[in-house]
Design a protein around this ligand. Structure first.
Ligand SMILES: [Zn+2]
Length: 441
């Protein structure tokens, strides 16, 4: 990337967020700090945000008072785990009270996706340069934030005017976009043509949409430009999809985890060992039914605390995902702790007639041992509790082996319900988000 382009990019950013670059420099330092130093900083940040929320929002004052927690308890033994979690229902019914009204002028709104339930409104502090967490990912893969990118998102700028303004704002950086909600053969072809001409440093987008593009590249034997890396987000990434994307673009794949309420939670480094948590920004916990943290390696419900947002504090917010900490550290030497790739959502667990539950995490791993056999799959539980496994075989010869994997799965759940299999040509996705465990209700 030419130096003048870098300089121009930095000058523009300094107008919007004067401190973004100094904050970013701090991030790159802190990811190499000793782990106990990071933990100390986190504890300090948690005390600050909880105190602030209790003193400046009606919601947290009442929410904590109802469980007997007072400001004076902050910092005492095991204090943080005594705080009752915040749920989506709280967001819906107490939005105003959760806001620090004295700083309301900085509040910005965003709406969480509707694919997993009711869309929910959430708020954030518009002054925070969250982009620096985006830059961190690019930096890990050797990309400057001012370099060109190709992206597959749901289009938010649809008019010519909006598109023009967006392009002018980003200039001289080019952002090539493909609307992930309506992908057709001709739109895929047109995108790839421009993609090969522009040769962007990075390709990013929804897991489902990028997988579909990768499938298209391979099926049509298209020679696609190989970016420095492909960055996917918004849904669990299966080993099958990872291989497909890497094969299509001959590039490493970065799995990033975020939710609409807190976008920059964790991401993979080029070593690809689990996802590094952005501990400067978010405190992540995996907890049991009593909201106590579970040991590393054990799956639990996700609670998230935004450590930087004083305008719309989110403390121990339950986002509905399940996950676990990894025991190992990453060979890259960064001390940001590692979580496992995020598998399924709580709602996606299946229930059998005997009352036994099959975990969503397990359901997504059926083909993990044999990622070459199926190009894609989806497990569906119907209302009568019977199960269908849909899959796209890599080739006709693979069908018998896939069928035996499915029979093994059926045996594993004790044959309690019929398990059928179905060969499909495409796995349906929901606005670019692929859900590979579906429970019909
Ligand atoms: Zn690493």
């Amino acid at each position: 990337m030419p130096k003048w382009k870098q300089k121009l990019f930095e000058l523009k950013w300094k107008r919007y967020h004067p401190d973004a670059f100094s904050r970013f420099a701090h991030l790159l330092e802190s990811e190499r700090l000793p782990a106990d130093q990071l933990r100390e900083r986190q504890e300090e940040a948690r005390r600050k945000i909880v105190r602030h929320a209790m003193e400046h929002t009606a919601f947290y004052r009442q929410h904590y008072a109802a469980s007997g927690f007072e400001v004076g308890d902050i910092g005492t033994d095991g204090w943080f785990e005594k705080l009752p979690p915040v749920t989506k229902a709280h967001l819906r019914s107490h939005f105003e009270e959760m806001t620090d009204l004295s700083q309301k002028q900085f509040l910005r709104l965003s709406t969480t996706g509707g694919s997993t339930g009711t869309p929910t409104k959430t708020g954030f502090d518009g002054r925070l340069p969250e982009e620096i967490y985006n830059w961190r990912i690019l930096n890990w893969f050797g990309v400057h934030p001012g370099e060109d990118r190709g992206s597959l998102w749901r289009a938010t700028r649809t008019t010519w005017r909006q598109k023009f303004v967006n392009r002018a704002l980003w200039w001289p950086t080019r952002h090539l976009q493909l609307d992930a909600s309506f992908m057709t053969e001709s739109s895929l072809r047109a995108f790839l043509k421009q993609f090969n001409r522009l040769r962007p440093a990075c390709l990013q987008g929804y897991v489902g949409a990028i997988s579909q593009l990768a499938r298209f590249v391979i099926d049509n034997q298209i020679e696609a430009w190989s970016p420095k890396f492909v960055w996917v987000t918004s849904a669990p990434l299966s080993p099958v999809q990872r291989k497909l994307i890497a094969d299509a673009f001959h590039a490493p794949v970065c799995d990033q985890y975020g939710s609409c309420e807190i976008r920059w939670i964790a991401q993979q480094c080029p070593e690809g060992k689990g996802l590094h948590v952005n501990v400067e920004h978010v405190h992540l916990e995996y907890v049991d039914e009593e909201n106590h943290p579970v040991p590393a390696g054990v799956y639990g419900r996700t609670l998230l605390t935004n450590l930087e947002d004083m305008v719309f504090p989110l403390i121990r917010y339950e986002n509905g995902d399940r996950g676990r900490w990894l025991l190992e550290s990453c060979p890259c030497g960064r001390s940001l702790p590692l979580i496992d790739t995020v598998k399924g959502r709580e709602s996606e667990s299946f229930v059998l007639p005997s009352g036994k539950t099959i975990n969503g995490e397990y359901l997504t791993t059926i083909f993990d041992a044999t990622p070459d056999l199926a190009r894609g799959f989806r497990v569906i539980q119907h209302r009568d509790l019977s199960i269908t496994v849909e899959y796209i075989p890599s080739s006709d010869q693979d069908v018998p082996r896939i069928e035996s994997v499915i029979r093994a799965f059926s045996a594993k759940i004790g044959g309690e319900v019929p398990v059928e299999s179905r060969v499909v040509h495409e796995i349906a996705h929901d606005r670019g988000k692929l859900r590979f465990v579906v429970r019909e209700r």
